[in-house]
Ligand binder design. Structure first.
Ligand SMILES: Cc1cc2nc3c(=O)[nH]c(=O)nc-3n(C[C@H](O)[C@H](O)[C@H](O)COP(=O)(O)OP(=O)(O)OC[C@H]3O[C@@H](n4cnc5c(N)ncnc54)[C@H](O)[C@@H]3O)c2cc1C
Length: 411
């Protein structure tokens, strides 16, 4: 099957892949106009020269090694295990241990999402959620057993918070129990939607201590049931699972003895989803621009039609707004001033814009816009997961509303 960057095929002149660093002026330049890095508003210039070079290398790797194969995994709903050694070589297994700036890490997440949103979900769960908790909250013994093999994906964790009966209300409603026995901690309950759950070598699980009612975090290495959630219309490469715990042995994470500590990681993971929304929109822009230039109707490229240009301008504006917002979020993370309300605002806004961009991009490709292989239909479907996970759009909006009004709509 002839696959190209972003999955577009069957059109003359496949899109020249480009990265966030190098906006292809020949592709952006409308007749007679000066091109500029308008989508990214030059935010990458804030990176150091080594970071720019590293980001460029990762983008190049994604375009040449991942883009050509990823759509097929998506269609088959399979995880690309064969890519793991190459992803590790790019340092994508140890972003959580990295000394890089938050802007660099955000732009890496965006580059991955630009190539494939599912893959960026896998890397984000690995680094922002699991990696964040292991590096920040685990004991030295737990760290030494987990961190080295995580670097090359020999160990891969999952982050098990959501339950069948508790999604948005998980912090108050969490029903999985933790009991301290003579033989140590044991867990009982069920989790739903857990990304990487089918193959994770260990799980970070949140359960309510029956003794004090507190939600605590545990490392679980074995002894739990896994059932794949099949038939998803979004992020189909991500292997989501229902997990079952029946007197399952668990190790307490010393730094995760209350849900308040865990919230720190939900804050940075919301920022990560904001970067995913940036990347998805850059991917949509790549694909929509290419399609509009190549597709001819009424004897001319559809890119010459004013309404098509308006749609492209809307996507470009959404990308620019999202990347500016996320660049500021990265500065606040770097300074240690990012609060949950900021992360919620960024997550809700960028995913709302991504949904609008995805719909506009999909429409530009007409009927081909609903065929996964052309890329825009796949992006359209994938953006739905971004809108829902890490707190739905509505729940993140309520966090912002509470900060604005001083009144909680939750209780
Ligand atoms: C692809 C994918 C991957 C995921 N990965 C993970 C993972 O790795 N680990 C994990 O723990 N979880 C994961 N999740 C779960 C995700 O966090 C939940 O789906 C999300 O929190 C929403 O919960 P829910 O699906 O139960 O929806 P519900 O909470 O049932 O919400 C249904 C609808 O009601 C709305 N709603 C609920 N309460 C309110 C309210 N008070 N006011 C207004 N509207 C409200 C919601 O916004 C939503 O529109 C994943 C989900 C998906 C789809």
């Amino acid at each position: 099957m002839n696959r190209t960057y972003g999955g577009v095929r069957g059109l003359p002149g496949n899109p020249a892949p480009y990265s966030i660093l190098h906006i292809p002026t020949e592709r952006l330049r409308a007749e007679g106009e000066n091109a500029s890095p308008m989508f990214t508003l030059d935010c990458q210039s804030q990176l150091s020269a080594p970071e720019r070079a590293e980001l460029e290398a990762i983008g190049q790797f994604l375009r040449t090694e991942v883009s050509p194969v990823v759509a097929e995994y998506w269609e088959k709903e399979e995880f690309p295990f064969a890519l793991l050694p190459k992803l590790a070589q790019q340092g994508l297994g140890r972003l959580h241990e990295s000394e890089h700036s938050r802007l660099f890490i955000g732009l890496v997440h965006a580059e991955i999402a630009r190539c494939d949103v599912s893959l960026s979900t896998f890397i984000g769960v690995h680094s922002e959620l699991v990696g964040g908790v292991v590096t920040g909250l685990c004991s030295e013994q737990q760290k030494s057993s987990l961190l080295p093999p995580m670097r090359d994906f020999q160990q891969m964790g999952c982050f098990a918070l959501t339950e069948p009966d508790h999604g948005s209300d998980i912090s108050g409603g969490l029903a999985t129990t933790a009991r301290f026995t003579d033989d140590g901690w044991v867990l009982n309950g069920e989790k739903r939607w857990i990304g990487n759950g089918t193959f994770a070598t260990f799980a970070i699980v949140f359960a309510r201590d029956v003794a004090d009612g507190q939600v605590k975090g545990f490392v679980v290495r074995e002894g739990f049931g896994r059932e794949k959630i099949s038939g998803k219309m979004s992020v189909r490469i991500v292997q989501n699972a229902n997990l079952t715990f029946t007197d399952t042995p668990a190790e307490l994470i010393p730094g995760a003895e209350s849900f308040a500590n865990v919230n720190t990681y939900l804050c940075s993971s919301r920022a990560w989803v904001g970067w995913q929304a940036v990347g998805a929109q850059l991917g949509i822009m790549d694909l929509a621009l290419h399609y509009a230039r190549e597709r001819q109707q009424f004897g001319r490229p559809i890119a010459k039609f004013q309404l098509v240009q308006e749609a492209l301008a809307k996507i470009a504006g959404n990308v620019a707004a999202s990347i500016s917002l996320m660049s500021q979020v990265a500065s606040m993370q770097q300074a240690g001033t990012l609060g949950m309300e900021h992360a919620a605002l960024a997550k809700a806004t960028t995913t709302r814009l991504a949904r609008e961009s995805a719909a506009a991009g999909r429409a530009i490709a007409g009927g081909n816009g609903i065929v996964a292989e052309y890329g825009l239909g796949k992006m359209f479907a994938d953006v739905e997961a971004l809108y829902t996970y890490e707190g739905t759009y509505e729940i993140n909006s309520l966090i912002v509303g509470r900060a604005l009004t001083g009144m909680s709509a939750f209780v």
